[in-house]
Design a protein around this ligand. Structure first.
Ligand code: GLU
Length: 377
């Protein structure tokens, strides 16, 4: 049986490994101080889950908000990238200390891991993260993860812990990701509008679902908002994980939401091989390959991408880099690893495979992107 309802995320048989993401506004009060009483209750829930046989990984925000107060920086430390980075480096100490102290109250060892986006985009580093998480969990620790905000630069950072949580879940081969938010799920329109209805279960993050999401964080403390939560849900569903958004605000938020079946559950959609799921969840592409309708149809049938069906390429990708495949309507159809670098691919585009050896001067590869190295979206 697979995870089909919210409370299944608490069932160690259906969800032996769960990622719990805690947003900044839950951890840090408006006064910039940690919300200890609330966190103490959450840690008790985590300890109970562990005692029931569930392995838990925490993805915790709050470093920037905590550090900003200590440094006396305005706008919760989010006035500039430099402010955020300085705040994070100060706040992370307090944040990790808090988790370590409260988990220790239940005899649980906390383990801190600070990740950058690149750590999870590079296959080798990703596998190292996988191994470390597995070892920590087997040894009984609770990993507490945050983005390494102090060193991550603007263009290569997650910026929100929602997608980080999904990527971490994927790296850990978790069955579920639970996002504790300041709202109890996805609504069919801006939840402040009259008549807005919460969607209890989502089967596939379609364009229609995306249209329901509204902009940034309502608390002003975090950076997520519903948009990044839906992106996290997309990563999760591709990795075969369930993801839920619940209201984290009540004391003991997990039991409260699960008992009332109050939240939004995104069902796992397809289970790719581990490698393809990693590829599909990658956030940075080195380039794009635009294809004609014939090639788009061939991809949908499971074929490799041949240069003959490519009409344009962009980006300075090298052989082995991840590229996005764009269909005639501008939609991203697939992601894959290029068999050629951008300059070689540019020379081949539009030409049938039979002409490639003459163009390149050497024996060509069987495709521009081989189907084994491609994931359809
Ligand atoms: N990593 C950031 C922090 O610890 C939070 C990112 C987010 O708001 O999701 O403050």
């Amino acid at each position: 049986m697979r995870i089909a309802q919210l409370s299944h995320l608490a069932d160690p048989a259906l969800c032996p490994r769960l990622v719990i993401k805690v947003g900044s506004a839950l951890l840090v009060g408006k006064d910039g101080q940690p919300r200890r009483a609330w966190l103490t209750a959450l840690v008790a829930e985590i300890a109970a889950a562990r005692a029931a046989g569930q392995q838990v990984i925490v993805v915790s925000s709050g470093a920037i908000a905590l550090g900003a107060r200590k440094l006396g920086l305005a706008k919760g430390g989010r006035g500039s990238l430099a402010d955020a980075q300085a705040s994070a480096s100060v706040g992370q100490i307090a944040l990790a200390g808090l988790w370590a102290e409260l988990l220790a109250g239940h005899g649980i060892t906390a383990a801190q891991i600070l990740l950058t986006l690149e750590d999870l985009e590079d296959r080798r580093r990703y596998l190292n993260v996988t191994a470390t998480l597995g070892r920590l969990l087997a040894a009984g620790a609770v990993p507490v993860i945050n983005e390494n905000d102090s060193v991550a630069t603007q263009e290569i950072r997650f910026g929100d812990n929602d997608r980080l949580a999904a990527r971490v879940g994927q790296a850990a081969a978790a069955q579920g990701v639970l996002l504790l938010s300041d709202i109890d799920g996805l609504y069919d329109r801006d939840p402040r509008q009259a008549g807005a209805v919460r969607i209890p279960v989502v089967q596939g993050v379609t364009a229609e679902i995306h249209a329901m999401a509204t902009g940034g964080s309502s608390s002003g403390l975090g950076s997520g908002g519903m948009t990044s939560k839906l992106q996290a849900a997309e990563i999760a569903e591709m990795a075969g994980m369930a993801l839920a958004i619940i209201d984290g605000q009540p004391g003991s938020p997990i039991a409260t939401a699960f008992n009332a079946t109050r939240g939004t559950l995104f069902l796992p959609r397809r289970r790719h091989t581990a490698r393809k799921a990693w590829l599909g969840g990658r956030l940075r592409m080195r380039g794009t390959v635009s294809v004609d309708a014939g090639a788009a149809a061939a991809l949908a049938r499971g074929s490799s991408l041949l240069a003959a069906g490519v009409i344009a390429i962009s980006g300075d990708f090298a052989r082995g880099d991840a590229v996005a495949v764009i269909g005639p309507d501008g939609q991203t159809l697939a992601r894959g690893l290029a068999e050629y670098d951008a300059a070689e691919a540019a020379r081949l585009l539009g030409h049938p495979s039979s002409a490639h050896e003459a163009i390149l001067g050497y024996a060509p590869r069987s495709a521009l992107i081989h189907r084994d190295q491609m994931v359809l979206l």
